[in-house]
Each structure stands twice: as C-alpha cells, then as structure tokens.
Design a protein around this ligand. Structure first.
Ligand code: ATP
Length: 372
C-alpha cells in the first residue's frame, strides 16, 4: 500500500478549558483520494479541516503531510489550499486576475503566471471568461473561479469547506460531478466537508462520519449505507426504520428479536457475541421492505412480516414511499416503505391507496443488527 498523504494522529482541539470540538481523531487519507468529512452541524468537521489548512492548531496530536510534521506550520507554508463556502473572490478583479492573485503575491513574473492561469481556467471550464468580473458570472461560475484560484498553485491537497452549499439543488448536483471529474483530471487529493449525506455519497470514495468531535465510522459510501457500524451512522446516512427489541433466542446464525412496541418477533442475522436477553435494534432501509401485494415473499424461507394500514403515500415518479401505521401497536408507529412504481411488480405501489390494509415483509438478511 502507498503511504498516506495525510496522517492525523490522535488530534484533539479544545475551545476553552474542557470543550472538545475535535476529540482524539486518528485518520489516514490516501494520495488521490476524494475524502468527505460528513456530520451534523457542530460535530467538529470544519475545525478538523481548518487544522489541516493551518487556521487552527491542534491542542493535542500530530498532523503529517507526505510524512512531514505540519501540525504547527502556518497556512502559507503548507502545500494545501482551501475553497470556502462563500465564493471568496475579489469583486474588483477580473476572473483571470483573481486566479493570478495567489501566484502574483509569490513574486512570479507575469509571463509565467499567464499560461498557468489559463490552464487553471480551462480545468474548471472557464477558459473564455477570463476577462469578466465576478458580478458578470453565475453562482456556479463564481465557485469555479474559487476552485481555479485554489488549483493554480498546484497544492498536494485541496480542502473544500461546504463548497456547494450556496448553490441551488440542480446546480449543486452538476457541480458534484464536476468536482469528481476535476479531481480525476488534476490527480490530487480532495478533502471535503459537508453536512449533506447525498452530496458526500455522490462525490467521495471514502467518507468519515463525525459525531460530537469523534469519527463514528470511516468507510466507502456503499459500505456506510449497507453496513453502518452504529445507530447514528445508520440514521444519518439514508433513511431507515428502527425496531428496538430484546434477543429471545439464537438459532442457525439468526437472532429472534422480540419487539414489544410492535407486539412482534423478527429475525435478523445474529451479530458476533450476541446473547439471549441482550438489547438489539434492527434497522431496515425502506427499499428493503415490500408489501405482499406488490412482491410475493419466498415460500421456502423465513421472512419477517408486519401488518398495518397505509397512512400516507408520496408518489416520486420512479418510486412511491408509503408510511404504514403498524396494527396492534398502541401508539401506531409509522414504518417507511419505498417501492418501485414498476408494473412488473404486480399492482405497483402507485395502485395502493391511503387507508389500505397491507402486510409488509422483508428478509432477515436485509435487516441491520445494531448493538448499542
Ligand atoms: P457546521 O456544519 O455548523 O459548520 P461543524 O461540524 O463544521 O458545524 P465546527 O465548526 O467544527 O462544526 O464546530 C464544532 C464545535 O466547536 C461547535 O460547537 C462550535 O461552536 C465550536 N467552535 C468552533 N470554533 C470555535 C471557536 N473559535 N471558539 C469556540 N468554539 C468554537
């Protein structure tokens, strides 16, 4: 394995006497990776990024870049550059002057900066717009100027702090693809902070989920979604139903879980070390469930079933999302089920209506056992 480009070793950042914004975080980021730091507001992701940029100094721990200790190095002496949420471009300069600025302050002669600036503008697809001023650009184009400004100095690592959050949804999705293309093209490491799980999944090859200053899980997007390590990650990444219960029995690698609230027993693949009597939560993604009318359960294998009444249906074109109130549960909790509106699947979810009695089912192996 190639050595990591960024090594974060036991880094803690305290504000005040006892508050730990970042709490004993260790993480390796590989060269050429697109890494996303994901988490809710206040979890410490920006503070961690700012320590990589040199805008904050860790209270404890070490940060290495290509093996060099940069923990206390000032920002301008690190081979990293940061792109901020607000476009941070100079309004009185042209696009090309904005991009050239960082090179000019290092004393580089104009004959050298001009081709570099043009190359950076081409990279972000602003080649012909070098003569414009920022107020003659769209939001997406302004953010490209900020990207070109960061890239023109050829940093080893590009740090991106919620770079797309000021853009509307459609443009944001377009720019996500652009970022992935750009990273590929320039061949450097991107580390991006976001609170948007869909955005992190769309761009990153690996995601670090942060919770209260700590890394809750580090994994590629699909692993995070399919095998969340804990309830926090399962809930934060994608939509999920939780069924809290107690293990009643263990048989053939499966746990039978009694869920009192739903007056039901469910099967799930037994996690290592689990014992009868232990508390266990089963997480089930909405698309892993179906109604027996739209998709018939297999007759030869055990499946979990749950009877209810459709409370609400959201038609989303390709899919419908049903909210089903569980029968037999005193507080009628809602279970979320997402079904394709595909005619091949019997009547299709779109044919169901509010108030209809349904039986939901899912395979034991489709549930995620969460021990906490
Ligand atoms: P957001 O998405 O809202 O920006 P975040 O996950 O990036 O959140 P941080 O900005 O890293 O969170 O902040 C983490 C915690 O540290 C927050 O509780 C914040 O109030 C606190 N914090 C950040 N900077 C400072 C500071 N300079 N002084 C005191 N507390 C701070």
């Amino acid at each position: 394995m190639t050595p990591p480009i960024v090594t974060i070793q036991n880094v803690t950042k305290r504000f005040g006497a006892s508050f730990r914004a970042v709490d004993d975080v260790s993480l390796d980021i590989a060269d050429n990776e697109f890494f996303a730091l994901l988490g809710p507001s206040g979890c410490g992701k920006t503070t961690l990024l700012r320590m990589l940029a040199g805008f904050e100094i860790p209270t404890e721990g070490t940060i290495l870049l290509s093996g060099d200790d940069i923990t206390t190095k000032p920002p301008h002496r690190r081979p990293v550059n940061m792109v901020f949420q607000s476009y941070a471009v100079f309004p009185h300069m042209t696009v090309a002057e904005n991009v050239a600025y960082g090179l000019k302050v290092t004393g580089m002669p104009k004959a050298e900066t001009t081709p570099k600036v043009q190359e950076a503008l081409e990279m972000v697809r602003l080649g012909p717009l070098g003569g414009r001023r920022p107020d003659q650009l769209s939001g997406g184009q302004r953010q490209r100027v900020a990207l070109a400004r960061a890239l023109v100095k050829r940093p080893k690592v590009l740090l991106l702090d919620e770079p797309l959050s000021a853009l509307d949804k459609k443009l944001r999705e377009e720019m996500q693809l652009e970022l992935v293309r750009l990273r590929h093209e320039v061949g450097i490491t991107f580390i991006m902070v976001t609170h948007d799980q869909e955005e992190a999944m769309a761009v990153a090859s690996r995601i670090g989920v942060m919770q209260a200053g700590k890394l809750a899980q580090i994994a590629p997007p699909s692993e995070l979604y399919e095998h969340p390590a804990n309830r926090f990650t399962a809930d934060f990444v994608g939509s999920i139903n939780f069924f809290d219960g107690t293990v009643r029995g263990l048989d053939g690698g499966m746990a039978q879980v009694r869920c009192e609230r739903l007056a039901s027993d469910f099967l799930v693949d037994a996690p290592a070390g689990i014992r009868t009597g232990d508390a266990l939560t089963i997480g089930v993604r909405p698309e892993k469930m179906a109604t027996v009318d739209t998709m018939r359960p297999p007759a030869d294998r055990p499946v979990n079933r749950l009877a209810g009444t459709v409370a609400e249906i959201a038609y989303l074109g390709e899919r419908s999302v049903l909210h089903v109130a569980v029968d037999g549960a005193s507080d009628r909790p809602l279970v979320k089920v997402s079904q394709p509106n595909d005619r091949r699947l019997g009547r299709g979810a779109a044919a169901l209506s509010s108030g209809a009695a349904v039986t939901l089912w899912w395979r034991p192996e489709s549930g995620i056992a969460l021990v906490e």
